[in-house]
Design a protein around this ligand. Sequence first.
Ligand SMILES: NC(=O)C1=CN([C@@H]2O[C@H](COP(=O)(O)OP(=O)(O)OC[C@H]3O[C@@H](n4cnc5c(N)ncnc54)[C@H](OP(=O)(O)O)[C@@H]3O)[C@@H](O)[C@H]2O)C=CC1
Ligand SMILES: O=C([O-])CC(=O)C(=O)O
Length: 274
Amino acid sequence: MTEQKASNELRVAIAGLGSIGSKIATALDQGIEGLALSAVAVRDPAKHQSFLTSLRRPPKVLPIDQLGDAADIVVECAPSSQLRAIVEPAVKRGRSAVVVSVGGLLDNYDLIDLARANGGRILVPTGALIGLDAVNAAAVGTIHSVKMVTRKPIDGLKGAPFIVQNNIDIDNLREPLKLFEGSARDAAKGFPANVNVAVALSLAGIGPDRTQMQVWADPTVTRNVHRIEVEADSARFSMGIENIPSENPKTGMITALSVIALLRKQRATLCVGT
Ligand SMILES: NC(=O)C1=CN([C@@H]2O[C@H](COP(=O)(O)OP(=O)(O)OC[C@H]3O[C@@H](n4cnc5c(N)ncnc54)[C@H](OP(=O)(O)O)[C@@H]3O)[C@@H](O)[C@H]2O)C=CC1
Ligand SMILES: O=C([O-])CC(=O)C(=O)O
């Protein structure tokens, strides 16, 4: 049954309460103008019980496919394997889905048509990256090339399918090793928990096949480092960000903050940046 709204607040549901989802839940509980946390979905509710009861207004705990019944905006922050199960029912109901496992969108691109047909929306935050406003703007004109280089500490790359399938030993590295060079689409297949940022960049710009990417395992860095070069008919720009890893070493701390900033914009009177 559809939940009745108590006010004109936008109801927000969160799928996944890991390093990103728990920060968003806390921010919503502390107060974001015009928004209220209505529901969450987790794999193991018992594990998150004490966190949820510590919130001032504990949300409902629902199965992931029911979040769209209880919310206007569903925020996906679970592993990309769950992306479809979270986003499909939400956009079918005409809801907005905020997607952080952006790489998973490439294998589920029909969700965009599904959202369009049902009045839903898919919102991709800048996440752990920088400057998607400039890339969006440049894409209104013509972008000639987008090149990105990602360097991560060893702990942030362990277990990536590309490393496992190619039997690459990164544990004993003493100097940086280029693991991958190719398209953002192929990078997302090989490093699904590491290069969502490259897919977001590609969707803002010239697409996952033309966006060029390198991935390095770098024992000399302690942060997730992303450098980007864009060549367009309106501008040439270089961008860089050095993310402090969160409690999940693969995920930069700024990712959750980017989603919170996106949520703040939903009802803010003053919005800055595109
Ligand atoms: N767009 C971007 O810039 C970035 C995107 N990401 C991506 O964001 C996503 C989330 O990252 P992060 O928060 O660090 O990941 P975590 O591993 O910290 O958290 C994932 C959460 O999803 C939950 N989960 C797993 N399976 C299910 C399920 N079937 N139903 C409901 N919940 C489930 C986990 O539950 P439990 O706690 O029980 O294990 C956990 O709480 C990842 O896909 C990551 O790759 C990361 C960094 C940047
Ligand atoms: O946090 C980061 O620096 C980027 C990341 O993991 C991703 O894009 O998946």
